[in-house]
Ligand binder design. Structure first.
Ligand code: ADP
Ligand code: ZN
Length: 817
């Protein structure tokens, strides 16, 4: 009898590949284990075993595997099923899915280097024989390749040994850089309370008359305290009083001053549960009970609750019940980097049962979470993560929460698999026979439509927690303001006035300006030329901070020009405006307030977001200027005013979802105002105050928005009525991509007729020197999705068989966004 395994390779090939194994290996190997296999002329890949059988491949002779990499499967059978579904639904290969699913550290390739962990001394007696051999070899050689190790221990199965050495911290895998995060404590200082009375202070100053330096510091501290309600940082005190920390410390020793810390970054968690979950109010309790009733006969429920209605607390109650049954919960969020607040909230309630799966975590941290989930460890009962956490190896999943389900960042854009995490979550839950709760204040039309069709359960909360009124939204007509000369820069008199009022009472302001892409471009006032990216078909945008021109598509940058590249004139102007400019203008309008900015530029790095969010939370910043990032479920208590600098560029975006998205974005940003006690105020500046969407936003009328948008989608044949598949073609030669896309368009039209649109140029038709064309296929409600896709795959295959087209990149995006 011969033995074979079919494996998934982490490369985009259509079929599984078959390898031969020995009988002994066949006893050991199980689906979901990793094996190292040779492929092509000289490559070695980490592959995942899909199945074991006795049938040799017909076309080729099966090679032998190099090594078995695991002792037990690291991928579950449910995951293998999910991968298969994703590949077939999103028209990609299982290898694409595998690449996206496994943490990189699992896909060890032959280049991986192992070296000794110099931080730790290991006793030879703690090592088994084969472990010792490797460890010994590392005394003589700084690093070893996998192949070296295979020959040292003379075994195929070296991974279990490496794994044990890693666990004993004897070795390190070199690609992985450990990066342990230390919370940053900021030191604050105050007078000890016995000195804070009038008499106490008097006495103190007399006492210090012989120590003028110390006396000076106390005086400064007193002055600073009078200026602000916030705490005083030691660094500020030292700077303001022109002294040294030694003087401050001397005062602390004398028990005159007292130091205290506030933790600014709180990712690292100490492990205790510090709060009970909150008692739900009547509306929340009713919503919870309705959700549970729906779950008895449906798998997916939409919780449609206005901003600050307390949805999170409802989730928390459900989570408590699920984990009490010993099951796991997946809590999906649009962007994990923005979740410090939520992480803190959940950790307060659930302690170390919360695991976070973070795209910015190191390889090692991700492996850790993977293993905890796989082992159903108590350290990963609740997994909080962005879209890629649907790939974790859940054992006993009871519930998936998709928070802010309308967010487009749940859809992966590039590379394949171009999946939607919300939709994939529904499939994943089915495989586990578990439930899905979708939450949003502004549901996607897709989800709301499903709820209306009774495909999903549907629960509403229409009031904010504490009955705080929904924000008062006022539309400011900036066309009129311009005409009457009531604008200063991009600020209307109305907005300036409202900001001044807000600062007056010590509250905070959020200013929203649409995404970076709309930051200023440079235009020559003489000839009208504006500098273009040499690689992409877009204008470069101006970043005043570095005095640079940058391309947002490929990262190309150059120093700001002194004169026009076309005519040589020096009269250059910046058009359009971005967050940076808003920030500058605020500084001029209100020189005494502190401005912070949150956009892609200011939030780079692992803890970029947290720093800004924490500073705003602790009221070190009075105004936060930001892009879409601001919209994502943040809960600031002291924000009384939200200003939207310009609503029009959102509304005018050329996309069939632009209006839906504008409604969601504007409602969500508005929702940041007045969340806990007083009604908040929102000012939306626009050239078009009578636009239906703006009217609907200002009256918080989701239903009207839904109805109107659905009419459009119906008439123009768009989702959620029709489904969309977008095919993009890419090549560096314009003529070739042109011919190829015409061929493909014609072929598709023969099958799908008028439901094929294009080929046409996308919004940006050249990126990184590649020309793009796109074709859209609309799928009517009654047409089978499966057979449609089969037809597309068939046509794509004939396309690939045409010699001239083979080098053209063909990309399918199912349910495109
Ligand atoms: P949503 O998720 O709907 O936007 P949140 O759950 O963030 O709303 O709640 C808004 C605010 O109200 C938060 O500051 C939260 O702490 C508070 N809150 C919500 N529910 C309760 C409750 N049952 N008891 C006390 N405070 C609550
Ligand atoms: Zn570019």
């Amino acid at each position: 009898m011969q033995y074979f395994i079919d494996v998934i390779l982490p490369i985009p090939i259509e079929n599984l590949f078959t390898y031969s194994i020995t009988q002994a290996e066949s006893d050991f190997i199980k689906p979901g284990m990793r094996v190292a296999v040779p492929f092509g002329k000289s490559k070695v890949y980490t592959a995942i075993v899909k199945q074991i059988h006795n049938t040799p491949p017909v076309i080729y002779e099966a090679k032998q595997i190099h090594q078995i990499l695991d002792e037990t499967p690291i991928v579950t059978t449910i995951q293998l099923k999910l991968w298969e579904w994703m590949a077939s639904y999103y028209l990609c290969t299982v290898g694409d899915v595998m690449r996206a699913a496994l943490p990189n550290a699992f896909v060890l390739e032959s280049e991986t280097l192992i070296s000794k962990n110099s931080n730790i001394t290991i006793n030879d007696t703690d090592l088994k024989d084969d472990e010792f051999l490797i460890y010994e070899a590392l005394h003589h050689q700084s690093s070893l390749r996998l192949q070296d190790i295979v020959s040292i221990v003379d075994k195929k199965q070296v991974f279990p040994i490496i794994k044990r050495l890693l666990e004993k911290e004897a070795i390190v895998v070199q690609e992985e850089v450990f990066e342990k995060y230390k919370p940053k404590l900021v030191k604050y200082v105050k007078l000890q309370s016995k000195h804070t009375t009038q008499a106490g202070l008097q006495h103190l100053l007399e006492e210090l008359s012989r120590a003028p330096k110390q006396r000076d510091v106390v005086m400064h501290l007193f002055q600073l305290s009078a200026q602000t309600k916030k705490g005083i940082k030691v660094t500020d005190l030292v700077e303001q009083s022109g002294t040294s920390t030694a003087v401050v410390n001397a005062l602390v020793d004398k028990e005159i001053l007292e130091l205290y810390h506030i933790q600014t970054d709180r990712v690292e968690f100490q492990g205790e549960v510090i709060a009970d979950s909150k008692q739900l109010n009547e509306k929340q309790a009713e919503a919870l009970s309705q959700i549970k009733t729906h779950f008895t006969n449906t798998d997916v429920v939409l919780l449609h609750g206005v901003t600050a209605s307390g949805k999170t607390e409802v989730y928390v109650k459900l989570i408590e019940q699920i984990i009490a049954q010993g099951k796991q919960v997946l809590y999906l969020l649009p962007e994990i980097a923005l979740t410090t607040q939520l992480v803190n909230r959940l950790q307060d309630y659930f302690g170390e049962q919360v695991a976070i799966f973070h795209s910015k975590y190191t390889a090692q941290e991700r492996v850790e979470v993977w293993n905890n989930v796989l082992n159903n460890s108590s350290k990963a009962r609740i997994v909080l993560g962005a879209r890629s956490s649907i790939f974790l190896p859940f054992q006993n999943l009871g519930l998936i929460i998709v928070d802010e389900e309308h967010e487009q960042s749940f859809k992966q854009f590039d590379p394949a698999p171009r999946y939607h995490a919300r939709d994939t979550a529904v499939v994943l839950a089915k495989l586990h026979t578990s439930k899905v709760l979708l939450g949003s204040a502004t549901p996607s039309l897709e989800t709301y439509f499903n709820a209306k069709q009774h495909k999903y359960g549907w629960v509403e909360i229409t009031k904010r927690y504490n009955n705080v009124l929904m924000p008062d939204i006022e539309l400011v007509d900036i066309k009129d303001k311009h005409k009457r000369k009531l604008m200063k820069g991009h600020f209307s008199d109305r907005l300036i006035e409202a900001m001044a009022d807000t600062f007056e009472v010590g509250s905070q302001v959020i200013l929203f300006q649409n995404r970076r892409g709309f930051s200023p471009i440079v235009e020559c006032n003489t000839c009208g030329h504006s500098p273009q990216c040499p690689n992409c078909d877009v204008s470069l945008t101006y970043h005043s901070y570095r005095r640079q021109l940058r391309c947002h598509y490929c990262g190309y940058n150059m120093a700001m020009l002194v004169k026009c590249q076309a005519c040589g004139d020096t009269d250059l102007d910046t058009k359009g405006f971005g967050t940076e400019q808003v920030e500058e203008e605020v500084k001029v309008l209100f020189p005494n307030v502190k401005v912070g900015r949150m956009d892609l530029d200011t939030t780079r790095g692992k803890y970029g977001y947290e720093k800004i969010i924490t500073a705003f939370e602790q009221q070190e910043i009075d105004v936060l200027v930001g892009t879409q990032m601001l919209t994502k479920g943040l809960d600031f208590r002291n924000v009384a005013l939200v200003g939207i600098m310009n609503a029009d560029n959102l509304l005018n975006f050329p996309d069939f979802r632009a209006h839906e998205r504008s409604f969601q974005l504007l409602s969500q940003v508005s929702g940041r105002a007045g969340r806990t006690d007083k009604q908040g105020k929102v000012l939306i500046q626009t050239y078009n105050p009578y636009h239906n969407i703006l009217q609907q936003v200002s009256t918080n009328n989701y239903a009207a928005m839904f109805k109107e948008q659905m009419d459009d989608r119906y008439n123009f044949k768009y989702p959620p009525i029709y489904r969309l598949i977008k095919i993009t073609l890419r090549h560096k030669d314009f003529n070739r991509v042109n011919t190829a896309s015409n061929w493909l368009g014609t072929a598709l039209r023969q099958v799908f007729g008028d439901y094929v649109l294009g080929p046409e140029d996308p919004l940006v038709s050249r990126i990184r020197n590649q020309f793009h064309k796109q074709i859209l296929i609309k799928i009517p409600p009654k047409q089978s999705l499966g057979s449609t896709k089969k037809a597309i795959v068939k046509i794509n295959n004939s396309f690939m068989n045409i010699k001239d087209f083979r080098s053209v990149r063909l990309i399918c995006n199912v349910d495109t966004y």
